[in-house]
Structures are given as C-alpha cells and as structure tokens.
Write a protein that binds this ligand. Sequence first.
Ligand code: AMP
Length: 387
Amino acid sequence: MNNHSFRPRRTNFRPQAKRAQKSFSDISKFVNKAVVTEEVVYTPEHSFRDFDINAQLKANILAKGYEHPTPIQDRAIPHILKGEDLVGIANTGTGKTAAFLIPLISKIMSNPQEKVLIVVPTRELAFQIDEELRAFAKNSGLFSVVLIGGSGMGKQISELRHKHHFVIGTPGRLKDHIESGHLRLEGFKTVVLDEADRMLDMGFINDMRFMMSHMAKERHTLFFSATLSSEIEKLIHEFLKTPVRISVKTRDTAKNIDQDIIRIKGKTKFEVLKDLLLQPEFNKTLVFARTKHGAEKIAKALKQSGIKAESIHGDKNQAARLRALSDFKSERVQALVATDVAARGLDISDISHVINFDLPATYEDYVHRIGRTGRAAKKGKALTFIE
Ligand code: AMP
C-alpha cells in the first residue's frame, strides 16, 4: 500500500525465455536466485494532486493510502484524461487497475450520463476491480455492476435495472446479457479490456469481438496486456484508434523474488510440502497444482495433517472461491492451493512463499505464478518441486 519505491522497468530478461514459451522442460534455465540490485527509486512526474481530477476522488485516493502514482499511473492517467486510446503493457502489481480507474471515475463524475464497460478474463479479477472502484468512487454517487459466470443471471439482471455507471464482467457472461437484451451497450462510450492476453489464452476472442461490435464506433478504448504478441497486435489494430502506448511491463518480475528448486528424493512431494509448511516463515504460502482435482486433493491432505489450508479452482462455486480467498488474505488459512487459471490476476499482499508443487506448463505461467510474491518491491520466495 504505502510502498512507492517502484523499480524502473528494464526488459533485459534472458533470451531463453522467449524460446521456451510452449514448454517448461528445462527448468534450471529459468529459476534464478534473486539478484541483489541497488534499488533505484522511480520518481513520478506527477503527484495525485496535480492530476485534473475531481476533488472527492483525490480525497478517496488519499484515504486509500496512495501517496505517489506508480509509473503506469504517472504516465497513463494524463492521456486517459485527454480521452486518448491507450495500450498499457503492464502486469498485475504495477498499479494498472488504478491507472485506468482513476481517470475514468473522474470522467464519469463529470458526466454521469456516460457508462464504462470493463472486460476481464476472470471472476476474481472482476471482484478485485470492483472493490478498488468502490473505494475510489466513495461518496460520488457512482455505482457498478459485476457480471460474471458462475453466479445467477437473475440477480445480475435485477442489478442492471438499478442505476449503474460501470459494468465489470467476463466476456461470456457479458455476451449472454447483451444477447438477452438486458445489457444495452448504447450508453457505453468507454471500454477497458484488461488482461487481454489472458482473454485470448482462455479462448474469449469471439466473445470479445462480439462485444466490441456492439460498442459505438466513436468510443474511448483502453487495452491492457502483460504480453505483446502478433495476435495481440492484431487486436490492438482492430479495436483501437492511434493509441498511445505505455509499457511498464517487466520480464524480470523475478528480480526481487528468490527462486529455488527443490529436488524431491526419498520423500513424496506432499511430505516435502508439509515439512515446509511447518516452518514458521511459510506463514502465507500459495501452492500451485496442475489440475483442479490435484489442488483439491493437496488442500484436503494438508487439512488432515493439521495445517490450515484451502483450495481455489474452477470446480468450486463462486461463494466457496471467494471465501477461500478471503480466508487466505486475512491469514485465517496458511496455505492456499490453486490452479493457474484460478490464481490469475489475484492481488494478495504479503505472500511469503509461492510453491510450484506441480511444474507450470509454460514459462509465462511460471512468471505469473511466482509474480504473486515479491510484489511492490518486496522480497518474495518461490520454490519449484522437481521429481
Ligand atoms: P494492480 O497492478 O492494479 O493489481 O495493483 C497492485 C497493488 O498495488 C494493489 O494492491 C494496489 O492497491 C496497489 N497500488 C496501486 N497503486 C498504488 C499507489 N499509487 N500507491 C500504493 N499502492 C498502490
């Protein structure tokens, strides 16, 4: 919250990373010991006070404990305030959510007839953005609706009948509401596509196109992605008009994460995991399993061993996932066992360790997984089990 020594983003990650995008067979190439570098403090050009935004919003930003803009906020907010289309190459942990929420809330405060659509890949990310939005939009008379799969349509339809200025949703469910006529996009002049690369990975491309085809041609479009591929470039070309590009993306997320391999010999992976979790410093540990079934099994076995653990994966209903997440955030449980999809984009602070119980499928997944720890210039630890 109050850490503003964001590192300047350098993109000097090792070249093997690119080649190994599709597999994760040669793990030792990727697992680096944390590099101890001198911390260079980013000096923002603006302070929140300088931005031409509503006074109530400024007060809400301060109340949230934000003192200085992060690099992406510093660089993106002035352009978004001018109404320019923008591509942000940024991963979670950079403050990208506030980078688009702050100027858009200010925009809607000045013109409450307009609406904003925020499209995200996962339900958890939708809730996280909504939570942040509510804090920034306090006492502003602005309202939001979350439209995600896995929750009842009926409740969402009745929420859509109430006054709302922001709709945050996942592509499939948004499409359902558009098709059934409950969500009409005419009033929406602004759209944010967040974690667009994840949406592509998850097969949402047709739903994204469907949605964008229902938006006004004259619109304000913001596009965020952690990676830049030729497919992503194609989408940018398709959806945005002469966008400003801002990149704070770092391929060396790993710099402040101490990474190590644990070779499993003479014990099972589960026994090793249990032994680690008995050590006091493993107080908030995120464990990654390859499958939903695996995640469930590990969490159950940990509980049976007397370790407070929960799981988060796609077979759990929405309420159970949120409960597990909140228990982990508040440290009522020590270990959260997750699948890659369920953990994507989760913003959980102060994770002590990430443990790759099962190997990630791709290098990108590895970076995403270990990026859950060592956030906002804090040191983190990531351990990967190898049999
Ligand atoms: P994000 O990249 O949007 O997922 O944000 C990562 C974390 O940084 C979240 O916990 C935010 O609340 C926090 N954060 C975002 N902007 C700031 C800021 N200017 N100062 C302090 N914390 C921030």
